[in-house]
Ligand binder design. Structure first.
Ligand SMILES: CC(=O)SCCNC(=O)CCNC(=O)[C@H](O)C(C)(C)COP(=O)(O)OP(=O)(O)OC[C@H]1O[C@@H](n2cnc3c(N)ncnc32)[C@H](O)[C@@H]1OP(=O)(O)O
Length: 463
């Protein structure tokens, strides 16, 4: 960590001025997001140069106290470089002067150590580590099992996925990656690698430059945990997944998820889950799962029947809630064969229905929205919305009755006895407004994934 104080002579000469303005006002502080930048450097030349890639942490403020501010500095600049080879970090801090303006002078070292831990080193050590620790990634890759992704035409064929248990060199590498996880994965905490059952999937690429010290470039990774599932199965839970910023949006996250799915299928695990997926990860995951489901024959009759029903019914004047759910044995078949867990299958089910609706037919889109509305209302208000006492309604279908879809209807007000608080009309209006906003957001998310699936799965949709 290097500390540079700019213009310190000027600052000394200015002491009297400062004294005079000392009571002018309490220091308003500087937001960490405004004065700190983090860069990823692939070689020593990039350190301090404009060529290094800035990464965009989701929020630096939250590392700096309750209000996310740094106090007592004038023109503070914190530049941190993270090595893409050894994952050490080096911080360069510069400022014009420090003065206690009523809120003290923030001690930056412990905060930076909180983020970067033992990875935070002085400049010399940081630069040396590019060559000294160039085996850091190779050591893990050579001891891991390579997984060949089912590459599609657009994939980066030079990318390789390697599966390793989170021990020895892999655990060491993970400990180096923790700071990137803290910076880039919202709400993350380091995983406890001393616990049994962790593994890591790395996505790597042979280094492009012959001059590069490391044989491999790390593009991203996923930390996955094997959970025992009673009586004799295992669930695979994705705990953290990160594609390094310069390589995001190139299909690497998708390849990692596909590799995890193929492990779960080939080892006949119970299912795959993701711990608190971010919106974007959920979008990538749902796109992948919907594409898999498009060619999954067992869902086709029920899906066709559901689409037909939405085209033929009119839910605008419904007096009871209606939700679209697949037959429960179908969710079980999907879990057994594709390892998609039930909650995720229900999400994909709605997206697949939407995908098959005629976008020009406003009535069936309105019917679809009505079902999303009722489901959301049921989830939010639980019993108060009257989602108990569901019953199955028969609908016209060209399919066998046993395999036909199910729309569940519920009686509104069925749980009135449980409602102890009488809601005022204005409360109900606000609630209705918020509910509609939520439904609009869900409709948008569904439409976005459906659009991606439609463009990537044209051949599957035509089949
Ligand atoms: C449990 C948790 O860890 S939650 C937190 C998840 N992690 C984070 O939020 C950290 C920051 N983000 C990331 O690390 C990454 O962005 C991830 C892991 C979320 C996604 O990985 P990425 O590699 O960026 O995604 P990927 O490239 O596979 O797919 C993203 C987009 O690229 C597109 N894409 C996929 N393949 C390709 C390709 N070959 N070429 C171009 N684009 C492609 C996808 O369709 C997708 O959507 P879009 O076309 O509508 O933009």
């Amino acid at each position: 960590m290097a500390l540079k104080q700019k213009g310190s002579d000027a600052a000394a000469a200015d002491t009297s001025k400062r004294r005079r303005v000392g009571f002018a006002g309490i220091d308003a502080g500087t937001e960490a997001n405004e004065c700190m930048q983090v860069f990823l450097a692939r070689n020593p030349d990039e350190v301090g140069s404009a060529d290094s890639t800035p990464i965009e942490p989701f929020d630096l403020n939250h590392f700096f106290g309750e209000d996310g501010k740094i106090y007592g500095y004038t023109n503070l600049k914190i530049n941190v470089w993270i090595s893409a080879i050894s994952f050490h970090a080096y911080a360069e801090i510069s400022f014009q002067e420090t003065s206690d303006g009523g809120k003290g002078i923030t001690d930056l070292k412990p905060v930076l150590q909180n983020i970067f831990g033992e990875n935070l080193v002085e400049k010399d050590e940081f630069l040396e580590a590019f060559s000294k620790e160039c085996q850091c990634i190779s050591d893990v890759v050579t001891n891991g099992n390579s997984i060949k992704p089912d590459a599609s035409g657009e994939d980066d064929l030079s990318a390789e996925i390697v599966r390793v248990e989170l021990q020895g060199a892999a655990a060491y590498l993970y400990s180096r990656l923790v700071s990137l996880v803290l910076l880039l994965v919202e709400g993350s905490t380091p995983i406890d690698i001393t616990e049994h059952g962790w593994e890591m999937l790395l996505i790597v690429k042979k280094a492009e430059l012959e001059s590069s010290a490391s044989k491999f470039q790390l593009l991203g990774f996923a930390a996955v945990h094997h959970f025992y599932y009673y009586p004799e199965s295992t669930r695979l839970r994705i705990s953290q997944i990160l594609v390094l910023p310069p390589y995001q949006g190139e299909g690497h996250g998708r390849l990692l998820l596909e590799a995890i799915n193929s492990i779960a299928e080939s080892e006949n695990m119970y299912d795959v889950t993701i711990e608190d997926p971010s919106d974007y990860l959920q979008y990538v995951r749902s796109s992948i799962d919907c594409l898999r489901l498009l060619t999954f024959e067992p869902i086709k009759p029920a899906l066709g029947a559901m689409v037909l029903s939405l085209e033929q019914t009119n839910l605008s004047k419904r007096t009871r809630s209606s939700i679209m759910v697949p037959p429960s044995d179908l969710a079980e078949t999907v879990r057994q064969k594709l390892k998609i867990n039930k909650k995720q299958f229900l999400r994909c089910w709605e997206i697949l229905i939407y995908l098959h609706l005629d976008a020009e037919n406003l009535k069936c889109i309105d019917n679809f929205r009505a079902c999303i509305y009722d489901r959301t209302k049921g989830e939010l208000l639980g019993g108060a919305s009257g989602t108990n006492g569901k019953r199955l309604v028969q609908v016209p279908t060209s399919f066998d009755e046993d395999t036909s879809f199910a729309v569940f209807w519920t009686k509104e007000g069925g749980d009135e006895d449980n409602q102890t608080v009488q809601q005022q009309p204005e409360d109900l209006a606000t609630q209705e407004e918020q509910l509609n906003e939520l439904v609009d957001n869900q409709m948008e998310e569904i439409a976005e994934v459906a659009k991606n699936v439609a463009s990537r799965g044209k051949d599957k949709l035509a089949a």
